[in-house]
Design a protein around this ligand. Structure first.
Ligand SMILES: [Zn+2]
Length: 277
């Protein structure tokens, strides 16, 4: 079993420091490998890092309209049952990505705050500045802010495909993303820049193998990297090769749609036009 001190040592040897804000993706299976489970893990994290951010994604808020833009990787008008079961986003809605135990501990600290994107909200401790102004139009705003603050991203037992920040790089590089809709207390909100498939994100590790700080504790991999290194490298890779980081599953309808869009863009001599927000 992994101990508190092993986690503390791992954080330090990865280069994490108290004053470096960290967004961390924790695989739910990690709890079972740690002596004392979630409370040990969060205790070690919060004793060594002042400002922590955790994703609290809520896909159950999503609804599908009868009609909408084409090339949007969605079946319009076929989800009336799912629409009836959709829930309105609220700040008390539990995370649907298996990390509510970690969030419950973070919430116990004064200075914790949840952002208000109806699908991709984040909890943070002492990170209100990154989490305010998280409107449905700007899913990657907390990642941008955390990067501007010199933040890092950690994957603790989590796969590369769970590294949501890479979708921000896709956004900056102008990669095709999607329009979705979610229920908010103010009605149905349009949520643009919804990310595509992340099953090819492990390919970035090949390019960044000298940049990821990795530690194995028992059989679990802990890795961390500065957000600016991750995102700038991913943007550069996508600008050099617009097909990079798509998955290898020939049946993946999402990546195949993105490939078709890229081919059309190349045929039309398309150049990305993004402001840096
Ligand atoms: Zn795919």
């Amino acid at each position: 079993m992994i101990s508190y001190h092993e986690i503390t040592d791992a954080l330090k040897s990865m280069g994490l420091q108290r004053d470096i804000p960290l967004i961390v993706h924790i695989d739910p299976s990690l709890r079972g490998s740690i002596k004392g489970g979630t409370s040990t893990l969060m205790g070690a994290l919060l004793s060594n890092i002042d400002n922590l951010m955790l994703p609290a994604f809520t896909y159950s808020t999503m609804v599908t309209p009868e009609d909408g833009p084409e090339n949007n990787h969605i079946d319009y008008g076929k989800s009336s049952d799912e629409n009836l079961n959709a829930v309105i986003f609220s700040h008390t809605l539990p995370s649907e990505i298996g990390n509510q135990e970690e969030i419950d501990i973070l919430k116990g600290f004064s200075g914790s705050y949840r952002s208000s994107h109806p699908i991709f909200s984040f909890y943070g401790l002492g990170l209100d500045i990154a989490l305010l102004d998280h409107s449905p139009e700007k899913p990657y705003q907390p990642i941008k802010k955390l990067m501007d603050m010199g933040g890092w991203v950690g994957l603790f037992g989590a796969k590369a495909s769970q590294n949501f920040s890479i979708h921000y790089a896709e956004y900056l590089a102008g990669r095709k993303q999607f329009l979705r809709w979610a229920l908010t207390p103010d009605g149905i909100a349009e949520c643009p820049h919804f990310p595509g498939c992340s099953d090819g994100f492990h390919k970035l590790q090949y390019y960044l193998q000298d940049e990821f700080r990795e530690i194995a504790l028992e059989n679990t991999k802990f890795s961390a990297i500065p957000l600016s290194t991750l995102i700038k490298s991913a943007v550069a890779l996508l600008e050099e090769d617009p097909f990079a980081l798509l998955c290898n599953d020939l049946q993946c309808t999402c990546c195949n749609l993105v490939r078709t869009v890229i081919k059309d863009q190349i045929a039309n001599h398309w150049k990305p036009e993004r402001d840096n927000d």
